[in-house]
Design a protein around this ligand. Sequence first.
Ligand code: HEC
Length: 260
Amino acid sequence: MNQPMTHNLYLHFQELPMSRRVLYTAALLVLGMGYLFGLLYLYASDSGRDGEPGLSVEDIVVSYSGSPEGTVLESALKGSMSTMLSHDDALTIIAWVKGGADKRTFEAQVQPIIEKNCLGCHDGSNSALYNLDGFDNIQTVVEHDTGTDLFTLVRVSHIHLFGMTFIFFLVGLIFSHALVRPVWFKCLLIATPFACVTTDVSSWYFTKLYTGFAWVVMISGALMALSFAAMWFISMWQLWFYKGPDWLQNRITNSKQMFG
Ligand code: HEC
């Protein structure tokens, strides 16, 4: 039998005891489900942030570095609240926001418009709606949208780094029993997600400085999902359906004869 060189410690899935194969399968099934829900959550929370349907690089920019379009008030005046006032009045308010939202111009030009058109609903009596009564209250809707704040990013980063390491350590460990050649390719599949997690998380911060990094976030995320999918499917297939080359089949039969 010309068995190719394999490492002493290398065992294929089919050489493992049944209990271990069942454990691996169960873990892969639940992790796969978790990954799907993760993607679903990502899509639900980030797609459409830029005003366009679907998930795009612009959504990631808005999510991490904020909207270059500016403030909640501006988006509302161009969007859902545009029917509440005349076009000219909307332009007056937008010009005031763009001009720095100072108090004097507010009192002279903007306050009358707000009082006439908005306070019917936004006078503070309904706690679900922004209170737009007066200069101080209106500050909350004219602050610049600067994206997810640093504190939240730091919190999500550590959860993400720990969580992803666990997931990819498990999946990589399981996948290490697959027969994939060349070996460097197998190692690449195992290592890629770890590299991606690091570039992904650091690019969240870099996107705040330079929006081009949103591409790195997007590409790392995609590569991570691809390597997860590749390891998942190859493992599942080789766990239960793969016959393998002759030398492997012989090795499996021999060890069964020896140990019963
Ligand atoms: C008839 C009641 C009514 C009037 C009048 C009204 N709004 Fe609203 N406004 C709402 C409701 C309800 C919401 C929440 C639902 C939504 O976002 O469409 C809202 C939401 C908003 C938001 C938050 C939007 C977001 O994206 O979270 C802003 C800002 C706003 N309104 C500003 C204004 C301004 C400025 C005016 C006056 C030009 C105005 N509204 C007039 C009922 C009103």
